[in-house]
Design a protein around this ligand. Structure first.
Ligand code: ZN
Ligand code: ZN
Length: 371
């Protein structure tokens, strides 16, 4: 329970009536949480703040005992504070003990949306480690064919000196005398009782005699690591690969977070991609285009032969089957070859004469007649 309940309107935050039953509250919360979840709104601080408020509101209203307490506080706030109502700041006692944002996100990611009751009560105890982000540069070929490579990550790892418990090796870890190891202390304020994190141990429930010299008691240290990553074929620039459990270590026995590797794919001097197809612009001479030819076409797996039929116009595209990007499922895409007819920048005198002759005898149609 919490003093700043006085200025918070959990019913309004959850968009439900004061007499809403649990099913209605849960449904409304689920809708809002999905809409406002940080995963769905990256770098949106307003959504993050609202998600936090909605989660706090739900953690109270979904618990019948806490909801009853809240209703009592609310009745007192409306009647006893000059009718100032909620959200006007008049009842702000600045009390602590709010549900921490990290706890909620951790609960979400650990249990999924179905585990709605997972974070109503427990505020301490095992917590999932943070997700860690890293960027990885790939060549065009690596992205198309897949690769096993390494990504450099600078993140928290479990302290090697203390093994993560924060105590200098060989020294004692005691149960906190302030809270008896529970991490929270209750205090009575007239009619109400308040639960707050224990100040002596900071909510951990333990007292460390000598903090670890390696991590100053934090249990983790910053370290540069190199992590092997298997890139599946067909990834695209901007894709993110999630490596489960390779993020920051969990707290108090919680599971580790994930490593999110964002891929940056370099351009290729010849090829571009259109979905799972590779696209190539291929120069051909004007005699190859006019007379037909068999030409060698590069692919990412060595050259193949392509037959250019006589009378091929510049800009025509040929499809070479299965020489594109390997799909996750099914075979590879195709290679699309668009020919571009080249013209010699300079002609020898006799060649020019031959072409003039050709023009005068055969080039009778106007090429712009039907365009
Ligand atoms: Zn340590
Ligand atoms: Zn304590």
């Amino acid at each position: 329970m919490n003093r700043d309940w006085l200025r918070k309107d959990f019913y309004r935050l959850l968009d439900v009536d004061e007499d809403a039953d649990q099913a209605v509250i849960k449904k409304s919360y689920r809708r809002l949480a999905q809409k406002l979840h940080p995963d769905a709104n990256p770098s949106d601080d307003t959504a993050a703040e609202r998600f936090k408020e909605v989660s706090e509101a739900y953690s109270v209203l979904s618990d019948p005992d806490r909801r009853k307490e809240y209703d009592q506080v609310r009745a007192m706030g409306a009647g006893g504070f000059g009718g100032g109502g909620f959200d006007r700041g008049s009842g702000n006692f600045g009390g602590g003990g709010q549900v921490r944002f990290e706890d909620i996100v951790g609960g979400f990611r650990g249990g999924g949306l179905g585990d709605l009751f997972g974070f109503g009560g427990a505020r301490r105890g095992p917590r999932r480690g943070a997700d860690v982000s890293a960027a990885l540069d790939l060549t065009f070929e690596q992205a198309v064919k897949g690769a096993t490579t390494a990504v450099a990550v600078d993140s928290d790892v479990r302290c090697g000196r203390c093994g993560g418990n924060g105590a200098e090796p060989g020294t004692q870890i005691d149960v906190c005398g302030g809270c008896g190891g529970t991490g929270t202390v209750a205090s009575n304020q007239g009619f109400f009782s308040f639960t707050n994190p224990c100040r002596q141990c900071g909510g951990s429930g333990r007292m460390i005699d000598s903090p670890c010299a390696g991590c100053r008691g934090a249990g983790h240290e910053r370290k540069a690591r190199t992590i092997k990553v298997k890139i599946p074929p067909g990834v695209k620039d901007g894709n993110t690969i999630r490596l489960r459990g390779r993020g920051s270590p969990g707290l108090q026995g919680g599971p580790p977070g994930d490593l999110l590797v964002k891929l940056r794919v370099a351009a290729h001097p010849r090829f571009t991609r259109r979905g799972d197809d590779l696209v190539l612009k291929l120069p051909v001479s004007f005699t190859e285009a006019a007379l037909g030819a068999k030409v060698e076409v590069p692919t990412l797996n060595g050259p193949v032969n392509l037959k250019i039929p006589a009378g091929t116009p510049s800009g025509k595209t040929f499809r070479v089957r299965r020489k594109g990007v390997q799909r996750r499922r099914g075979g590879p895409g195709d290679l699309l070859v668009t020919v571009s007819v080249t013209v010699p920048p300079k002609l020898p005198r006799d060649a020019r004469k031959m072409l003039e002759e050709f023009r005068d005898r055969y080039e009778t149609d106007d090429p712009r007649e039907n365009f």
